[in-house]
Design a protein. Structure first.
Length: 371
């Protein structure tokens, strides 16, 4: 039978993601709007974004956090273009974004000593293949495949190379072994439901040492430059951004950080996301027509939850359209490069009660299409 109750919030997109529960734009601190981001009030807000992020995530001493242009993509590109070239590079990829970083390393930077360790959608490559003497580029969570790295045990504490981790759909939702990661990137519009166009770049002391001891052989656009005169531009990590940010987006991000703090911190946000995944896990376990795209339960993402249905691609599109037309779930079709299926966001800004209601609607839509 057709369900009678709909999710209170039908926004299950995997980016930009749902705003936090109780979000009210009128509650934002807008004192920085109309002011220069270089003025004391603007720099203070940007510096708070950096410092509060570091404190809330529990980053190790000496790790720096900066606000950079162009979302997570911009942050990753800055790292690749600024840091790579002095050592061989191992790229671990198992979905479209990891493949994109591989393409940049090989086709744009044109590095020759590159190893591609890839896997198909739903699988994780053998992480032990990565060489600790090489620079390693990988995503922590495959946003388009729903496959995550289960832990950092495969990363050597005695590594000579750098680990460059695209963690945009993992930070604030998954436990991260910070000491094993030298460059971490994420964006506001994922786990915290913030606004787009800005990225966060986290550098370990080892990454800073590389920046100050190595100059890549290619030209660097101004928007990518992290050093001046052979020294790190420390201002980037203290609120002096490379280019003009949206102070409205900054205010929105600070509101999201305050919300995480009100939950009880990052551990509470992680627990909320894991509880969301549990709702979907229970539903899938009781039905034989729906499965996770991730083949190994240990690699199952609790943010970008990717599902396959016993339907062909056109029928899956019908399911997605039915749910959209009913105002039950928006933007939950699989990523364009991924196998046909559903992709449901399970981060902490989504409520478990809404996911429970969504599951019943998915079953209804499946039955309508498969008849």
């Amino acid at each position: 039978m057709k369900p009678t109750q709909k999710p209170a919030n039908p926004n299950f997109s995997s980016g930009p993601c749902s705003k936090r529960p109780g979000y009210d734009i009128s509650a934002l601190d807008l004192s920085t709007l109309g002011r220069s981001h270089r003025a004391a009030v603007g720099k203070a807000a940007l510096e708070r974004a950096c410092l509060d992020t570091a404190e809330m995530l529990g980053l190790p001493e000496g790790y720096r956090v900066g606000v950079v242009p162009a979302s997570d993509t911009g942050a990753v590109e800055m790292a690749l273009w600024s840091l790579l070239g002095s050592r061989p590079v191992d790229v671990l990829s198992w979905e479209s974004f990891g493949q994109g970083w591989l393409s940049d390393v090989v086709k744009q930077l044109k590095l020759e000593n590159v190893s591609d360790y890839g896997a198909d959608y739903g699988k994780l490559p053998d992480l032990s293949q990565a060489n600790s003497d090489h620079d390693i580029v990988f995503t922590w969570n495959g946003t388009t495949s729903g496959v995550k790295v289960p832990n950092g045990d495969w990363i050597s504490d005695d590594r000579q190379g750098l680990t460059i981790c695209d963690a945009t759909s993992a930070v604030f939702a998954m436990n991260m072994p910070w000491e094993k990661l030298d460059v971490i990137t994420f964006s506001w519009q994922k786990v915290l439901g913030g606004e787009g166009a800005h990225g966060m770049l986290i550098l370990s002391p080892r990454a800073v040492e590389r920046l100050e001891s190595y100059t890549p052989p290619w030209p660097l656009p101004k928007i990518f430059r992290l050093t001046k005169g052979g020294k790190l531009i420390e201002g980037i990590f203290k609120g002096a951004t490379i280019n003009t940010p949206s102070m409205l987006c900054v205010a929105d991000y600070l509101d999201a950080l305050d919300w995480v703090k009100s939950l009880g911190g990052v551990d509470a946000a992680i627990a909320k996301s894991e509880a969301n995944l549990n709702v979907v896990e229970q539903f899938v376990a009781e039905r034989d027509w729906i499965n996770f795209l991730a083949e190994d339960p240990a690699t199952l993402s609790n943010t970008s939850i990717c599902l396959s249905l016993d339907l062909d691609a056109d029928q899956v599109k019908q399911v997605v359209k039915l749910l959209d037309n009913e105002g039950v779930a928006f933007d939950i079709g699989a990523y364009r490069d991924a196998p046909a299926g559903l992709r449901i966001w399970g981060g902490a800004t989504v409520e478990a009660a809404d996911l429970e209601l969504l599951m019943s609607w998915i079953e209804w839509a499946y039955e309508q299409v498969s008849e």
